[in-house]
Write a new protein. Structure first.
Length: 445
């Protein structure tokens, strides 16, 4: 069955090629430090008749690439062509659906849908006719005079979809269009969209969708570009071999999903020995905001039945109702701490992870403290400064500034916040929020 997962061959030049992106790089200049690179050496070709998914974690640059494809953002380097001509501004024949609906609350459904047509100078009678067609197409007939506040989240997203479709774009861009919806509503809208596409009722030639949901990408897309992070790169390009409609319970479908989980968890997180760490290495490891009780809860779940220390990530995500953006940071953080290992789409507790689960609170603190000091170089770096200071206090600003030399301010903030929480749990040091200072308790002195 491994043959169902294969790398996509490059698409040849063809008359129906819509957009081509080559050697795309997007970076943002930071004063007194290296540029922050969001995308690096990204290639993308999109032709008529296909749905292509950009799959990856938050922060991998997928939405940035979508803006570049729309012509709203010019890349720092690289080439972007629309129908063979260089793209210098907003691309004609492109429409976008947003995660947040982006409707005008003071306008009716009909008026919201007509906005794009009005901007193009379409006459009123024609606007009304085209808007009614789009509204009927996406299943909102009868709600033309309703206001957004009167609609459910799923209905509002249907309005956003109708507004994009009413101009009959060549390319429809979708930025996580289902992530703000509940599971059932998202599934219904996703199914309706695929049915319209399969029946050739959608007035578009191609769809480019950003997602962090692996099953969603396999259900919808003909090709999937799997992104790595920091900076964003296309790590894998896959063709989905299943015809529509697709059955998520088909063993081949499940295997395909499982293989993608395996690809996305194949990277190993090396331990950082504090004594051997290179200068600056303490400040180049971004961390997600994860409270220790959440990580402990996952380890306890893995240790119990039916997993007994090992679980298939797709099945675990389904049973815990966790998205990729929730589960992978948990697994990767446990791997970094050497409490778990990620192996080809599975997560397995290590001996240290099992000892943590089985230990009492004091033992858990000791195990975590030892792991932090060995595997997360920022922790011993902070502790060393505190040990050397006469009052055992240090402003957090100095560490925050050094982190920002290697990552965005938001990642730096989240990383420091996570370190504070983990170190507090392990009683390695504490933090004074008001003074913005790290400090040692008298018992730690």
């Amino acid at each position: 069955m491994d043959s169902t997962l294969r790398v996509a061959a490059p698409l040849p030049d063809a008359p129906d090629e819509l957009i081509r992106i080559r050697n795309c790089r997007q970076s943002y200049h930071k004063e007194s430090s290296a540029d922050l690179v969001v995308l690096d050496d990204v290639d993308l070709t999109l032709t008529a008749g296909e749905i292509v998914g950009l799959l990856g974690r938050s922060g991998s640059g997928k939405s940035t690439l979508l803006r570049i494809a729309s012509g709203l953002l010019r890349p720092t380097a690289g080439e972007v062509t629309w129908r063979g001509a260089p793209l210098r501004g907003p691309a004609p024949g492109v429409a976008m659906v947003f995660q947040s609906f982006a409707l005008f609350p003071w306008l009716t459904v009909q008026a919201n849908v007509e906005l794009g047509l009005e901007a193009k100078g379409v006459q009123r009678a024609e606007r009304e006719r085209l808007a009614e067609e789009a509204i009927d197409l996406i299943g909102l007939g009868g709600y033309e005079n309703a206001y957004p506040k009167e609609l459910s989240g799923g209905m509002r997203q249907r309005v956003g979809l109708a507004r994009a479709l009413v101009v009959h774009p060549d390319l429809l861009l979708m930025d996580e269009p289902f992530s703000a919806l509940d599971v059932l509503t998202a599934e219904n809208l996703r199914t309706d969209l695929i049915e319209l596409w399969s029946e050739k009722k959608l007035p578009v030639k191609a769809v480019l969708i950003v997602t962090h949901n692996i099953e969603e990408s396999v259900l919808m897309c003909d090709r999937i570009l799997v992104f790595s992070s920091n900076p964003g790169r296309v790590a894998h390009e896959l063709r989905v071999p299943f015809p529509h409609p697709r059955n998520r319970h088909d063993p081949a479908f499940r295997l395909f999903v499982d293989r993608i989980y395996g690809l996305m968890t194949r990277r190993e997180t090396p331990a950082i020995d504090a004594a051997a760490a290179k200068p600056g290495s303490a400040f180049n490891q971004a961390l997600p905001e994860l409270p220790m009780n959440l990580m402990a809860g996952l380890m306890e779940t893995l240790a119990e039945q039916p997993y007994r220390g090992r679980a298939d990530l797709p099945l675990l995500a389904g049973s815990l109702q966790l998205e990729l953006d929730d589960l992978l940071p948990l697994g990767e953080s446990l791997q970094m701490l050497r409490f778990a290992e990620l192996e080809e789409g599975d997560i397995r507790l290590t001996a240290d992870g099992l000892r943590f689960v089985q230990g009492e609170l004091d033992e858990r603190k000791r195990i975590l403290g030892a792991s932090l000091m060995k595997n997360l170089a920022l922790v011993p770096a902070i502790r060393q400064v505190l040990d050397e200071r006469w009052n055992h206090r240090s402003r957090a600003e100095r560490f925050r500034d050094e982190l920002e030399d290697h990552m965005s301010p938001d990642y730096a903030r989240r990383t420091l916040q996570t370190v504070i929480g983990w170190a507090r749990y392990a009683e390695l040091f504490d933090f004074d929020e008001e003074a913005d200072q790290f400090f040692l308790d008298e018992d730690d002195d």
